[in-house]
Design a protein around this ligand. Structure first.
Ligand code: AVI
Length: 327
């Protein structure tokens, strides 16, 4: 068995590393250098993002928590107004601390449903399957460990009921508007008429509040960005000196695009494996977009991807919205 494990696991691991390497080299060889923010989330990146969510400047987490705490009854009514037989699928369930409020409310309505938390991390799913029964003993849980679209298809095999998809956290913001349309269309293609999608949007607000959320005073967001350079050092044999890069977040209130860059603080050469990347003084690496929406843009995204908006739920300050979309 050991040799079977070896031949199966090792090539997969090398593949991932190879793709990461190619993506990094492609991005850093481009005329305007960039890295893909999906690579932020290694173990250290996950830890730093947890810390960001506890920063007082980073408002989205608290806003969405308030929505789920205060408005789960209204959200539950909207779900029941559109479907009577459903199961819940949460994409990127994490520790489910937000969705638990809605799940509790739905259990109180006496409806029989299963909660399918989906997460790319096997660890997250195992922990949820252990922790949820203690908090909501009557909840039926069936964890799905894997990529969103694969697991959505799996949920459709396991359940013939309508699906209520939860896509919270405002992750849609980490796509450009064009990528967001592609993602929502792909989601729509996995769903049936009568299915629902609740999706979180970070809303436009005073530009300074947004900028501060991506430039916290404790420097956690800076470290979160720099961690990707450290990850390249660790996993791809790089030699980035992170003291030679600065963190530079921007926000354009016109387009709603909040973009983060790293700036090379001197002219330098960085080695990654066998490759050398040259940085001019003040040359930038585009790291991440965090697109902010207004309700009109969110609604337009719904329409363009084949959904109809049937409800919007806000925190008191109207800084964040969870929109309910019907297929
Ligand atoms: C995960 N995502 C919604 C976060 C955001 O706000 O765009 C990632 C993040 N990047 C910097 N701070 C938080």
């Amino acid at each position: 068995t050991t040799s079977v494990m070896h031949t199966v696991l090792v090539p997969v691991k090398q593949d991932r590393r190879e793709i990461f390497f190619q993506d990094v080299i492609r991005g850093l060889s481009a005329k305007s250098k960039y890295l893909d923010s999906k690579y932020f989330y290694d173990a250290e990146g996950d830890r730093l993002f947890q810390e960001i969510m506890r920063c007082h400047e980073y408002y989205p987490t608290n806003c969405e928590m308030e929505i789920l705490q205060e408005q789960s009854a209204a959200i539950s009514q909207t779900i029941l107004a559109h479907t009577s037989r459903f199961d819940i699928v949460e994409l990127g369930a994490g520790d489910a601390t937000k969705s638990i409020h809605l799940l509790k409310e739905l259990l109180n309505t006496g409806k029989d449903f299963t909660y399918y938390p989906v997460d790319i991390s096997a660890n997250v799913i195992t922990q949820l399957e252990q922790s949820l029964p203690a908090q909501l003993p009557s909840l039926k849980v069936n964890g799905l460990n894997g990529e969103y679209f694969d697991m959505l298809k799996e949920a459709n095999v396991l359940s013939a009921k309508n699906k209520v998809i939860l896509c919270m956290g405002g992750n849609i913001g980490n796509f450009t508007p064009a990528e967001a349309r592609k993602f929502c269309r792909q989601l729509r293609s996995c769903l049936q008429p009568g299915d629902l999608l609740m999706i979180g949007f970070d809303l436009k607000k005073h530009p300074q509040i947004i900028l501060d959320a991506y430039n916290d005073s404790a420097g956690i967001t800076r470290d979160f960005n720099l961690n990707l350079l450290k990850r390249i050092n660790r996993e791809l044999d790089g030699n980035f000196d992170i003291t030679k890069f600065g963190h530079y977040p921007t926000y354009d209130p016109g387009t709603g695009a909040c973009k983060s860059y790293l700036v090379s603080l001197e002219e330098q050469d960085v080695r990654i494996g066998e490759q050398t990347i040259h940085f001019d003084l003040h040359e930038t690496i585009y790291m991440e977009i965090s697109q902010k929406y207004d309700l009109e843009a969110a609604e337009q995204l719904a329409t363009l991807s084949g959904f109809e908006t049937v409800g919007n739920f806000f925190d008191q300050k109207k800084w964040f919205a969870d929109s309910m979309w019907l297929c």
